[in-house]
Design a protein around this ligand. Sequence first.
Ligand SMILES: *Cc1c(COP(=O)(O)O)cnc(C)c1O
Length: 345
Amino acid sequence: MDYNQLVRENIKALKPYSSARDEYKDLAEIKLDANENPYDSGFNRYPDPYQNKLKEAISNIKSVNKNQLFIGNGSDEAIDLLFRAFCEPGVDNVIALSPSYGMYAVSAAINNVELKEVALDEEFNLNRSMLAAAITPKTKLIFICSPNNPSGNNIPKEDIEWLSQQFDGLIVIDEAYIDFSDETSFTETLSGYPQLIVLQTLSKAYSLAGLRIGMLFANEAIVEILNKIKPPYNINEASQQIALNALTNKQSINEQIRLIKEERKKLITELSKYPSVLKVYPSSANFILVKFEKSQELFEALKEEGIIVRNRSSQAGCANCLRITIGKPEENQQLIQAIKTFYQS
Ligand SMILES: *Cc1c(COP(=O)(O)O)cnc(C)c1O
């Protein structure tokens, strides 16, 4: 695969900023090269620009070569950098499915890149012929969110294999919720698909949304391009340290994931009993999309009870739908009770 055909001309020509830490990587006794304050505050030194220790830990857990890993200040930064690296403003376009995660459209708009939306069907499955019809010679990226936010379903692997045969650009699989799914990650097949980019995050299953750590897995040539254009110190030292510590404690995360999946199942079973619940969509994520009678009034009533869910009614194919994140068992119980009370009154 010739990535040079995809990269913007100005990025190909870019001479990246070279930081003090780029130019001298070894451990020096006396560091007088970066205009830092010499007195130790715990954070007086600039962080590792390439997050080597954190990448080692992640590459072990995910069984992906360290060179195939890029870390962003949240996946949102990685999404934005993909636009900046590959999409010529006003010329190129990208494709996303609809409904899906809102940041693809926002990043496209910020970068003045056309976003073509391809509607999923009423069960949120991919319509292959509509997707194929949307691809043009100027399509650089196709975003597939799986499990999809806000619908919660996986996009089948066969669809993505099919897509890779129709399309010469980059396919971005956003796996923010993969840890809650029984499907395996596309990181396992990276080497077989040079056009594949997989996004994951520590924000959901790993319980670290506040740290802003997003992971991008791809061919190392793509990672090199992103390294060239990222802000030099995009992951701060505190985040690198805390993330590294958290990753050594995978066991308690696994236990939380198990509990959340169990609660998801209970919530689906419980909500499916009520006649005013028109549809509970199957979910492979840590949320469920539910179509309610009087959804707007229910949303307001829950808010009155101090329970906030996400109203997704205005999104394509989501009329009267609320997206409910799976909480702790007692929180889910309170939610059920509040819904019951609303429909009884
Ligand atoms: C929550 C979410 C993300 C997370 O992004 P971060 O910036 O890493 O917090 C990415 N993609 C999707 C689809 C999400 O729902």
